[in-house]
Ligand binder design. Structure first.
Ligand SMILES: C[S@@+](CC[C@H](N)C(=O)[O-])C[C@H]1O[C@@H](n2cnc3c(N)ncnc32)[C@H](O)[C@@H]1O
Length: 333
């Protein structure tokens, strides 16, 4: 088994651990946004869990020791062999992430380590070019991970439209839904497709997406034109004509407008309850400020709230709520 460290959206550790374990990947340690895993899977297959931002081959672990110089010195890397297939070309650079920010350090601090890497792996230092990247991840809790980055920045996040949900969060929501190949899935506030882009990566029977924004819908119609399983509607979600009790799963990210300018939560949950089959699942992302009100509304509208995970969306605190439609008309307390 090979040991890697992976990064993923902050606040989603619980669900990430659950999904990885269910897929027979050993999670050796996990903290907010980072985990050490051991698996026989190839890095490309690990990346297929869309919520993983980056995969690094784990070369060494240590505890941050007051300064980057001392920490670098305490790393034992000499005996670590890296399979040739993990390298892209012969150039390399070393980068440092300190408490979530990429930072630059004194050339002197990394000098010894760079020499050791050049010698061990027969690589050439090229701090400017596109090359093999060795990364230090120094966390708030002082845990420090050193490894070789194996993934590129996701093309789908580079092409992300304004307001579009980050692919990692969309992927976490889709993993939570456990979509069956026979499922009818829906996102009535699809925007530019941050969630639907992740849904179409798993097997499903039909996906119904809709939004009031004409431009966003037009782009998605073009993007999914060859996928007959995706039905795209344009308009207010309240005017959608969806048969009662016909949807297995709603995964959505409604507008966050607060202080009266947003969506009427009661009206929205009423529609969701009408569309969903008995026991149908709802995975919904909501701003932290609306979370309690939404949980209350869901319970009063006949949903059982199963989980609520905190996360950050564009730097704003949010919750992903997992709920299930109670199968009868009785309202849960
Ligand atoms: C938070 S955004 C969703 C972003 C989306 N997840 C993405 O990745 O682009 C909320 C969306 O709700 C849409 N919206 C607002 N009011 C609506 C309504 N009454 N009916 C349908 N869509 C609405 C907005 O146009 C916006 O695209």
């Amino acid at each position: 088994m090979t040991r890697y460290f992976i990064t993923f959206p902050t606040g989603t550790s619980d669900i990430v651990q659950k999904v990885l374990t269910e897929n027979h990947i050993a999670v050796e340690e996990i903290s907010d946004g980072i985990a050490v895993i051991a698996t026989d899977k190839k890095p490309r297959d690990i990346e297929e869990f869309g919520f993983i931002t980056h995969v690094y081959l784990l070369i060494a672990q240590t505890i941050f020791n007051d300064s980057i110089e001392k920490t670098v010195d305490s790393l034992k890397t000499e005996s670590f062999r890296i399979p040739a297939s993990f390298f892209r070309g012969r150039n390399f650079k070393v980068r440092v992430s300190y408490k979530g920010q990429t930072v630059s350090f004194d050339k002197e601090a990394l000098d010894g380590l760079e020499k050791r890497i050049a010698h061990n792996y027969k690589l050439r230092l090229d701090p400017e070019g596109k090359c093999n990247e060795f990364w230090f991840y120094i966390r708030e809790n002082k845990n420090t991970y050193f490894g070789l980055k194996l993934t590129d920045t996701k093309a789908r996040d580079i092409a992300r439209k304004k307001g579009q949900l980050q692919s990692g969060i969309g992927a976490v929501m889709v993993s939570m839904a456990k979509i069956q190949p026979s499922a009818v899935v829906m996102d009535p506030f699809c925007g530019s497709g941050g969630i639907s882009d992740e849904i179409i990566r798993v097997p499903f029977k039909q996906l119904i997406i809709s939004d009031i924004n004409d431009g966003a819908v037009r782009l998605l119609k073009k993007k999914y034109s060859s996928n007959a399983k995706v039905k795209i509607r344009h308009g207010d979600y309240r005017s959608l004509s969806i048969p009662r009790d016909s949807v297995d799963c709603i995964i959505t990210d409604p507008p966050w407008g607060e202080f009266g300018k947003g969506i009427d939560l009661q009206e929205m949950t009423h529609s969701f309850r009408m569309w969903l089959k008995p026991n149908g699942k709802l995975i919904i992302l909501i701003s932290i400020n609306l979370h309690e009100e939404l949980v209350r509304t869901l319970k009063l509208s006949g949903f059982k709230v199963l989980n609520a995970y905190g996360t950050l969306v564009g730097g704003n605190k949010a919750k992903i709520i997992e709920a299930r439609k109670c199968p009868h008309e009785l309202l849960t307390p």
